[in-house]
Design a binder for this molecule. Sequence first.
Ligand code: FMN
Length: 184
Amino acid sequence: MTAIKVGIIIGSLAKASINRKLAGALEKLAPEGVSFSEIAIGNLPLYSYDYDADYPAEGRALKTAIEAADAILIVTPEYNRSIPGGLKNALDWASRPWGTNSFAGKPVAVIGTSPGAIGTAVAQAALRPVLGFLNVIQMNQTEVYLQFKPDLIGEDGAIANADTAKFLGDYLKAFHDFAIKHKG
Ligand SMILES: Cc1cc2nc3c(=O)[nH]c(=O)nc-3n(C[C@H](O)[C@H](O)[C@H](O)COP(=O)(O)O)c2cc1C
């Protein structure tokens, strides 16, 4: 398989984040040649265009990491039926200063988990128009809305159920093919 570098953005800032756990479990299922590297968003100040004239190191590091990745996988929770504030803040940082949108043309997929039955569906739906405006190339199918139950991920950090592991492994293979097709 052709090697690709995937930047992982985790939409939660919580230490015990179930989406961070999901990202770890996905890494274990990743096809050969796919390397995951987290793009941290927790140290970013709240964005304001006052920063544009002299972008701080945290903003520059975020933009560099996104630009260096072949594709981005966003693993996000749903907060109040929408995008977590920390994630939206990171997307705003990456999009600016005007004319330097780091996401432009980047292949991006979104996945997430929550304890609720619809498994981040509303957050993902809220994220899609934002990603559209950021001019990314979105993977539209397969969609993954994953309900988090205590037995979803085992002590070893892997997806415990074989059928779920197969489904997510197939999702990652599709993401790999999508990234190869669309990376610059
Ligand atoms: C501020 C806040 C808002 C939330 N809103 C939703 C929601 O709209 N839908 C949902 O399914 N879960 C919601 N939850 C529950 C989260 O799914 C749950 O806390 C989950 O652990 C968050 O993912 P994380 O651990 O990766 O941060 C909310 C949690 C918080 C803290």
